[in-house]
Design a binder for this molecule. Sequence first.
Ligand SMILES: Cc1cc2nc3c(=O)[nH]c(=O)nc-3n(C[C@H](O)[C@H](O)[C@H](O)COP(=O)(O)OP(=O)(O)OC[C@H]3O[C@@H](n4cnc5c(N)ncnc54)[C@H](O)[C@@H]3O)c2cc1C
Length: 507
Amino acid sequence: MSEERWDAIFVGAGITSLACAAMLVQRHPGLRLLLIDKHIVAGGYATTFARARVDATFDCSLHKLSGMNEGGNLIRILRDLGLGESLGLVYPDDYFCAYHAGEAMALPNDADEAEALLLSRFPHQAEGIATFFEQVRTHGRNGYYQFQMLDGSFEPDMAQLRYAHRNFKHKTVREALRELFDDPYLIEILAAPGIYVGGYPEDLGYLYYLHVVYATLNRGNAYVTGASQRLSNLLAQRVVDAGGRLMLGTRVEAVLTGEDGRTRGVRTNRGTFHADQVYINASPHYAVRNLFAEDVDLGQTVEKLAALKPARSTTTVYLVTDRAPGELGLPHTESMLFADMPGDSSDLRIAAERAGFPDAESEQAFWRCSPMEVTNYHALDPDGGHVVCLNVLDSIAHWPQRRTPAYRAKKVRACDALVERLLSHVPDLRGHVVHTEVATPHTYVRFTNNTDGSGYGAMVGTDLRGHVFHHGFPVAGVHFLSAWVAGPSYEAAFGYAEMKARQWKRA
Ligand SMILES: Cc1cc2nc3c(=O)[nH]c(=O)nc-3n(C[C@H](O)[C@H](O)[C@H](O)COP(=O)(O)OP(=O)(O)OC[C@H]3O[C@@H](n4cnc5c(N)ncnc54)[C@H](O)[C@@H]3O)c2cc1C
């Protein structure tokens, strides 16, 4: 057992912690940072796992880094860290390929070209399409440069901000898109990028959503050769090279609080470590429930947290084929598969939730009728093997406890449903799938402690009250640093990490 003193301790080594720690040691050489994670590799969701038998490495989250063209926030931060060149960035041609009722339509990775393609496919929706892309260009852009707005380096048009506040702030994506369009398939296509941030159209705030489209489409997207694990490892190495330490396979059991109301460090299953600053990368609900002593009055934080809704979780099928997926009819890096009756998906999810998430209705709504995201990882990085991943946003509410017969049976049903959807749209893959395995919302909780298995932190809906849960946190020196405060995505993680690194001062 050890007792050591550090300048700061990070509870969890997810991508936000890693980014912040790497920026801190760059700005303040000599700073001694300790990163602790219960998992055996660094990165949280930004990790990979391998299956030697099928020669495959699976990325647990990353398929698109947003903000990766000139003017993008993430590419600027990566370059500032000196990582621009070393990541082997891959820029796909397409934003995604939309599959529906026998039609495949690849949306180019360029906002103007995507708009032109949608205009030619949906000429009867021309006015709405022009309005939507204009809203992305103006209001999406204003949202995207929010950190620059705060530090004065981006001056927004105040009339635009007032307009957005009045007209969009209280609208969901579903409400706003239904005002612009009456073609249900077009609505599903335009709402599909919500998958990147863990929300369906009925969940997400429209103003926030416009910024998601701007970040991913207008500001460019890319993948990292060597997968998300490579990015995580490079950041971790920076911290270690600067004299810091990464303790893996170590569980933080408590954040220590002194009588003066300041943090003293953490207690883990491998000893106690002291610091005046503790950055909590774990979910705030989990942290508040498990990591603080009973005599710390967290009443107000708990009250605020009640309003912080987790984003959707994910059910994922990791799949391996016996040949390159591109040779088997899946040429695009990313595809979105839409149900035959796309207009029904939102209503079916809402109905399943209102009915208390019955099995059959929930599986129909979330697995078969909602958009399914498919990443052809082989097309992004062939060294990872013939890997394809299938993702649907899901709810933990209809999943039984792990290690029960009902849970195992449900995993089989999930795998069958998602794989069958893929095969029905890409029939040449049939007979070529050599390996499948499923991650459920419970898998995500088990590996990350994130509330309800959310892989995207908090849902950014129309009610943002819970998002300030950390304001006035009663223990001095404790910071929250994760998708739960930054917002979902690697780009948000790096942006928030940069802001926290700039705010560094010793206690
Ligand atoms: C399927 C999926 C696909 C995604 N795809 C993309 C994408 O393509 N592009 C994109 O930008 N974003 C994507 N995201 C979102 C992105 O991955 C997340 O927003 C981001 O990785 C969250 O990082 P985080 O810093 O909040 O930490 P997390 O990844 O949540 O990590 C938290 C860490 O804390 C550790 N921890 C928790 N409790 C303890 C404890 N008591 N002791 C020690 N350690 C602890 C956990 O082990 C974990 O490592 C995706 C997410 C999912 C789920």
